[in-house]
Design a protein around this ligand. Structure first.
Ligand SMILES: Cc1cc2nc3c(=O)[nH]c(=O)nc-3n(C[C@H](O)[C@H](O)[C@H](O)COP(=O)(O)OP(=O)(O)OC[C@H]3O[C@@H](n4cnc5c(N)ncnc54)[C@H](O)[C@@H]3O)c2cc1C
Length: 475
């Protein structure tokens, strides 16, 4: 197999999946061109093709590590753009009725808006990879097939020829339908109803406050499964995103939005909404299903074309996996090219098999009830019920056990598989620690300014003192 660079690749879509794919392809192709339908803004603002960009986006450790590897100056660029640094041990995570203990010592993270992240990746890509270019305002409307190979794409009247085309146009991609119309089998689609709505409001953040850390508040899956997050971001702003329970409407009226936040099991988000100046209206977006296209099961697919990113798997964003999963798929594409070469007819099938492995864990986590409280259709067997119940205990154990919380955070960050929480030693820890989980409210910070309160030791009347005990627990 030829290891030198050569030929031309086209990536359709300049969102996160398209950008990281172009980065990986730039190691293998002489020229990589990204074609993007939107006109790309110079500023870090939400654009039409990525409407989810207005909602809070977190970058998991697995994705962060790949981005840092591919773009060594990304963190610098983000900080220059106003991203807010924090240590992961300072993150507030409230789930199962109380705050989780924070794994020590934590590692550095950064909080920023999704448009800022996308702009920084785009900038770094163009700065560091001279063989990559982006043509914006170009809507691709079809693939060019020759015999059993995709040899390019069409946009308006123009044709763009390439040795490999990668479709990164998101969950509503049409390109696999185009191929089905040309006689290729269409992939089976798994769709898990979630029927959730997310609503976001930008608030002014006082730069002199020292409690600017991301906060995540999740309702009880067995009860009202609402959630919310507040991220400190550039421009002295908070992004406050609330998620409704399945089937529930998310209010756009500011007062009702705040009431909704107040009903969450911890007051931190409502407090931000109460004390801060609003910078815009509440903007809501719904998501009906988590969806996976089983491209790995395709028996026949043309050479020279694959889809990647949300086009393969797009799940309930509650655990913030989409961008990191896209990066893991891009890495898998690079591995498949290394194995087979740029133009091999075996490339698509091998990539789809590798991509399936990359999306499998996020899919099981986000589509399964153990993590989300949503009935998934994956469950239903006695074994699955037991696993679900066990993960309920894991969540309880995270209130008191540092080792369990540390492992759980690794799983959530796609750094370890859920099976890592099911080793015999872990099971013992989980079962013992979950019995010591504080009752609702015990871990709640002492003041209404939850983030200020969390730095205090609970005094008389502010809790049972088990929080301190929990922090020191080594079970
Ligand atoms: C409410 C919400 C919150 C989320 N929160 C998180 C989070 O916290 N963390 C996280 O990691 N992920 C999150 N995600 C998921 C994340 O946004 C996506 O996984 C991520 O954007 C990668 O998607 P993508 O690049 O595959 O597709 P998209 O982001 O959908 O981008 C598709 C791109 O293709 C372009 N395009 C479309 N059609 C054409 C065409 N015909 N020709 C040319 N260009 C075209 C579009 O303009 C766009 O630029 C969230 C999603 C939602 C809905």
């Amino acid at each position: 197999m030829d290891k030198r660079r050569g030929g031309r690749a086209i990536v359709i879509g300049a969102s996160v999946a398209g950008l990281v794919t172009a980065r990986v392809l730039s190691d293998h192709f002489d020229r990589v061109t990204i074609l993007e339908r939107d006109r790309l803004p110079d500023e870090a603002v939400v654009r039409r093709g990525v409407p989810q960009g207005r909602h809070a986006h977190v970058l998991l450790t697995a994705g962060q590590q790949l981005l840092n590897l591919w773009f060594p100056r990304l963190a610098e660029d983000l900080l220059a753009g106003g991203a807010v640094p924090f240590r992961t041990r300072d993150v507030l995570w409230h789930q199962g009725g109380a705050y989780w203990v924070r794994p020590d010592p934590g590692h550095p993270g950064m909080s920023m808006s999704r448009p800022l992240l996308e702009r920084a990746i785009r900038r770094q890509l163009l700065l560091e990879r001279p063989n990559v270019s982006i043509a914006d305002d170009v809507a691709v409307d079809g693939l060019i097939l020759d015999a059993d190979r995709v040899v390019g794409v069409r946009s308006d009247a123009a044709e763009h020829r390439a040795d490999l085309v990668v479709g990164c146009t998101g969950r509503n991609t049409r390109f696999l339908d185009h191929l089905a119309n040309a006689g290729y089998p269409a992939p089976e689609i798994s769709a898990v109803p979630i029927d959730v709505a997310y609503g976001t409001r930008l608030m002014r953040r006082r730069p002199d406050r020292r409690d600017d850390v991301p906060a995540f508040i999740l309702g009880d899956p067995a009860g009202v499964h609402r959630m919310g997050t507040a991220l400190p971001v550039e421009g002295d702003r908070w992004i406050v995103t609330l998620g409704a329970a399945p089937g529930e409407a998310l209010p756009t009226d500011p007062g009702e939005f705040e009431e909704f936040a107040r009903a969450l099991p911890a007051p931190v988000l409502a407090d931000i909404l109460t004390r801060s100046q609003a910078l815009g209206p509440v903007l809501v977006q719904g998501l009906a299903t988590s969806q996976r296209r089983h491209v790995e099961r395709l028996r026949r697919t043309p050479a020279g074309f694959v889809v990647l990113g949300d086009a393969i798997c797009s799940v309930n964003p509650i655990y913030g996996q989409g961008m990191s999963t896209a990066a893991m798929q891009a890495r898998a594409l690079g591995q498949a090219i290394e194995r087979h070469g740029r133009t091999s007819p075996s490339l698509p099938r091998d990539f789809y098999r590798r991509a399936a492995k990359a999306v499998d864990m996020p899919w099981r986590m986000a589509a399964g009830p153990a993590f989300t409280g949503h009935r998934s259709g994956i469950a239903g067997t006695i074994g699955a019920e037991i696993v679900d119940r066990y993960f309920g205990r894991v969540i309880q154990a995270c209130h008191t056990s540092v080792p369990v919380a540390r492992r759980m955070v690794r799983v959530q960050n796609l750094m370890a598989r859920p099976a890592a929480l099911m080793t015999p030693a872990m099971i013992v820890r989980v079962l013992l620690s979950s019995r010591r989980s504080p009752v609702e409210g015990d871990n709640r910070p002492a003041t209404d300014g939850a983030m200020a309160g969390r730095r205090r030791r609970p005094g008389p009347g502010t809790g049972s003192g088990r929080q301190d005990q929990a922090r020191n627990s080594s079970i």
